[in-house]
Each structure stands twice: as structure tokens, then as C-alpha cells.
Design a protein around this ligand. Structure first.
Ligand SMILES: C[S@@+](CC[C@H](N)C(=O)[O-])C[C@H]1O[C@@H](n2cnc3c(N)ncnc32)[C@H](O)[C@@H]1O
Length: 187
């Protein structure tokens, strides 16, 4: 499952890479996002099943142990940054994964080097916030993006959050000097 699939980039990419017969589900609670995802999927000759489902991470419409793996790209921050439902969301992800299944998170992170971290934070505050607000004309959305990315967990803190939620093992691969990371949590 591609959790919080948005317009379906990860779902479609996975569907293009997956072996024939693999079943892929993209889930999001935004109907306009799902409509775009469905359109995008039609543009590629896919040999796997990709279905887009409307749902909330807090109440996933699947039985226990249903998925071999769950991925989430650039939406884990939305689920866990100052979000009172964080524990509920994580409990649902753990519930619908098979034992031994993997939860793979691609998300912004904090560079361990303090100088690079400062530079990334300046970029988020000045460029992402100002230019993003100006181009999109949606100031609150880019204020949230800039603020939540600057104050988001380090890789270590994120591993603690996942272990406390019930995962057995968590690893992280840093990208872009640690400005982003791929975290893999095993149930
Ligand atoms: C920043 S977008 C990321 C979309 C996509 N994963 C990508 O990489 O382009 C965050 C997405 O999370 C979805 N979302 C946020 N909270 C959600 C929830 N509780 N249940 C389902 N979807 C949620 C939003 O509707 C939005 O499409």
C-alpha cells in the first residue's frame, strides 16, 4: 500500500517496477488527489493491479495483517508533526501489516552536521516558504511545510517513535546530506 498516496506518484512507480500479479493500493482521504492519481495510472501501460481507495489512516479499511509492505512518501510528517492522532495512525499501520512486513518512509529529516542543518533550515525558511507561497498563492500551506520540516524528528527520534509503536527494527538511509531519509521499520 502507498499510504497517503496523493496524486499517486509512488503507487504508479511501484506498479511499473513490480512483478506481474503484485497488487498495489494507493490510499488517501482527499478525493481530488485520488482522481488525479487514477488519471495518472491510465497514462502508463501497467501489468500490475493498482487500485486507489478513499480512506483515513486512522481507520484503515483492511483486515489485520493484510499487507506485505506499506510505503509513505512525504506524508509521514503530516501524520506525526504535532498531530494528536499520531499514536492512532501508527497503531493502524502496525495492525494492517503482516508480521515481518515492512513500513518504508521517505521523508524530510535533520542533517546531523550542524552547518548543513543550518543551511537547509535557511533554505526552508527563505526559499521554500517565500517562493512556494508566492508561486502557489497558498501561504498557510508553505508556512506549514517550512515549519514542520525545520522542526521534524531526527532519524534517531523517528526510530524511537516507530519502536514505541510496536515495530521490531528500524533502519535509516540518509539522502542529500541527511536533509531527507528513507526509514525502514519491520513489524
Ligand atoms: C504532501 S502530500 C504527499 C502525497 C504523495 N505521497 C506524494 O509523495 O506526492 C500528503 C497527502 O497525505 C494525505 N493525508 C494526510 N493525512 C491523511 C490521513 N489521515 N488519511 C489519509 N490521507 C491523508 C493528504 O490528502 C495528501 O494527499
Amino acid at each position: 500500500m502507498d499510504l497517503c498516496c496523493g496524486t499517486g506518484d509512488l503507487s504508479v512507480w511501484l506498479a511499473r517496477l513490480a512483478l506481474t500479479g503484485t497488487e498495489i493500493i494507493g490510499l488517501d482521504y482527499s478525493l481530488p488527489m485520488l482522481a488525479r492519481a487514477k488519471e495518472k495510472a491510465k497514462r502508463f501501460p501497467l501489468h500490475t493491479n493498482v487500485n486507489f481507495i478513499h480512506g483515513d489512516v486512522g481507520d484503515l479499511p483492511f483486515p489485520d495483517g493484510h499487507f506485505d509492505s506499506i510505503g509513505i512518501s512525504f506524508a509521514f510528517r503530516n501524520l506525526t508533526y504535532k498531530n494528536p492522532k499520531t499514536q492512532r495512525y501508527l497503531a493502524e499501520v502496525v495492525r494492517v501489516l503482516k508480521p515481518g512486513g515492512e513500513f518504508v518512509i521517505v521523508e524530510s529529516s535533520q542533517p546531523p552536521n550542524s552547518l548543513i542543518r543550518k543551511l537547509v533550515h535557511i533554505y526552508l525558511r527563505l526559499f521554500v516558504y517565500r517562493v512556494g507561497s508566492w508561486i502557489s498563492k497558498n501561504r498557510p500551506a508553505y508556512k506549514y511545510l517550512s515549519e514542520s520540516a525545520r522542526h521534524f524528528y531526527t532519524a534517531g527520534e523517528l526510530a524511537d517513535l516507530l519502536m514505541n509503536a510496536g515495530f521490531k527494527q528500524v533502519t535509516a538511509k540518509r539522502l542529500l546530506f541527511g536533509a531527507a531519509a528513507i526509514h525502514t521499520a519491520t513489524k
